[in-house]
Design a protein around this ligand. Sequence first.
Ligand SMILES: [Zn+2]
Length: 338
Amino acid sequence: MKLKKRLNYESRLRTPWDEKECRTPMQEFLHNRHREHYAERHPVLSETGEAQLINSYIPDECPHCANMIIKRNGYTKNGVQRYKCSNCKQTFTPVTRTIFDGHKISLSEWIEYTLNIFRYVSINADSWNNRNAFTTSRYWLEKLFLVLESYQKSLVFSYKVWFDETFYSVRSGDISRTEEGNKLRGLSSNQMCIGVLCDKSQTLCIFEGYGKPTQKKTYEFFKEHIIAGSTIIHDKENAHKKLVKELQLNSIAYDSKELKLLSDKDNPLDRVNRIHYLLKSFLHAHTGFNRDKIQGYLNLFSFVMNPPLNHLEKVELILDLAFKNPKTLRYRDFYSVK
Ligand SMILES: [Zn+2]
């Protein structure tokens, strides 16, 4: 550990009774509890076996210049394998340009964080449990969104699919009003349109824009996700027409007014309705979230809903995505430098 980091670590371990020779039983208890708890949550990298795990990921190419001729080049002081590129001569490790670069995020902390997220713990409560600042969690959430950015792109549905839009309000401060100061009525620009496609096991959620869905958007957003000739169960929404026609879908469309009269178990759109309900609960749990990040939240929601259902298997998948897709981050880095 670098000196500055070590000092920082020590300062976080500090309690008001460090120098006191004779602590009361209560002070003694709090003092020990705090130190144990903090050390548990923030283990020193070299002591956790993380280096071994990191070293199991062998880079295919140089993260700086994409050259594929790379050589092993000793270890960092934490025991992480270092590599050297034969082209640009720069050194790197398996975490270079991934979200774990520079160990701003340790693997153990990341695992705990993602597990908490998967348990639908709100960001505030999670931050409290972790003894990390609220802002740190925001930063981690950004990283999680980045890792999941392309997750939904590979989801493809066939045979029998359900499809319906749901709407979610913009933040109260962003609501546009009429000249008289009244809220706009109906499906106005104050409503975010989210298209939800699902089958018996998987879910896909895409933010389509504000207000009513259109034929063009519906087609563009979902054409890659449904195999031509599949059966689509939906309402008689006009915006679905182009999608149904172009993909030659077998359309089973219901009148939404008639559906409202049915009980949940008799409603043929029950499957997608239940997902709408869960999605809204999920978004409400993060109420006040930055609406510009809506697709990030939707990617996370789908990831949590979809198989594998075991949370540890989800963590495994996330770690794999984080290690194997450093390109996304490189792209971002490039633009943030500009
Ligand atoms: Zn290179």
